[in-house]
Design a protein. Sequence first.
Length: 95
Amino acid sequence: MDFHKIDTVCKECGCHSLTNEPMSLHTTFKIGGPAERLITVYNKEQLKKIVVTAHEENIPIFALGKGSNLLVSDKGMGGIVLHLDGDFKLCKKTA
């Protein structure tokens, strides 16, 4: 996959992007190989830019929650793993 456009968008909008980040650092079971890209977004504008660009580039996205009860293969994850932070921490469950 070509991440050139995604990397450019991350730099432009201030997202934090990690290449080949071990998913074992982001799951409660502490297992899992590398994510091709782990991108942290802090607000809905960043999220929209990353999702739109990934769609244009045909790059799959996986939205990471808190990593609870998540099993990731030692082979890792292709595409983008999105970590929601910042404004998204203020989101509360309504029921």
